[in-house]
Ligand binder design. Sequence first.
Ligand code: SF4
Length: 445
Amino acid sequence: MTDTASTSAVQPKISFVSLGCPKALVDSERIVTQLKAEGYELTKTHAGADVVIVNTCGFLDSAKAESLDAIGKAMAENGKVIVTGCMGAEPGEIRDRFPNVFAITGPQAYESVVGAVHQVVPPAHDPFMDLVPPQGVKFTPRHYAYLKISEGCNNRCSFCIIPHLRGDLVSRPAAEVLREAEKLVKAGVKELLVISQDTSAYGVDLKYATSMWKEREVRARFLDLARELGDLGAWVRLHYVYPYPHVDEVIPLMAEGKVLPYLDIPFQHASPAVLKQMRRPGNQEKTAERIRKWREICPDLAIRSTFIVGFPGETDEDFDYLLQWLEEARLDRVGCFRYEPVSGAKANDLGLPAVPDEVKDARWHRFMQTQQVISERITRAKVGRRLQVIIDEAGPGLAKGRTKWDAPEIDGTVHVAARRPLRAGEIVSVKIDRADAYDLYGTAV
Ligand code: SF4
């Protein structure tokens, strides 16, 4: 043990900045859980910390700029900075701007981050200080938690650099995922949000190997995992699912109420020509037809998706095809991005003509208007129904929550009037009185 550690009566302090998607948030939680277990304390300001960790996102140029800003702020306010996450996979740009950054590690390099922290400020060893809750440290409210089932991705979508940053698919054994999920539920989590880069590809790399869970063997397979998670007694929400044929098998679980009737499928486009250039996984051609079949099995199924407009070579016909597809598919929730030529992405080398910014903008507006009419129609059809709502924020007389069709942060909110005070994490029955384009308003019954 070093002098610093043995003489230090106070816990060493870490300031942590977590940027990017839920997958990055899960990485942040793991790092912080490990550091808390070793006796480090989290502080809210950079100034009072022994070291600052910045978990970066490098997916889009705008995200990179935000990451560089966060590093700059940490350097100015503290000076001892460890950079990790997606941008850490390409340290050159960070070193050029901030040569005095203490250490740079890549995504999922938990041990390197913790090792770098030890170099700056060793842990104050005290076994009685290990007051880490059994579920680890979560940045999300206690009643919901992200559950990461794999890292990396075997696909090679031409606009994406994630496989380059995070490598090929590495799935966690089913029993390991289920143990974590069970711990979360025992600690009070009411909703598990399953995430990965490609959830429906879960287990491919393990050749669907079995592992022991509750004295029986469970395969590392999308359907098997979804079924087991559904038995834990919490809401289970599936994110980043691609429409591979075996996704059909999970729809009956939704109809039975084992997992939430919700699929987050990033379609990105509908035109076969654009999808081909995007090199998207899954056979997209008959997707609208399949969605119809899924709804026959599970009429309450909600589908959320994201799309990219202005991909290189996207013609007016491609875009019209997309709008028509959107009308037909009637997706519940949709996000739309204007294409950004991320440096290092294959799409930049395809020799396709770039779509001018003003055309991208015009398409984005048309897309959003079309979808808004669809979303509004779907939302308004819920008026008069009694729906189960999970409370996210409790307030006197008025609380905010979500239905089974709404994921936290990205989908709609239910504003709930109640006679008695509601608690966060409580699931209540709400009569829906009115709706606007995205949100619902109702009374707890
Ligand atoms: S599926 Fe495509 S977009 Fe998603 S992480 Fe993999 S390569 Fe990137």
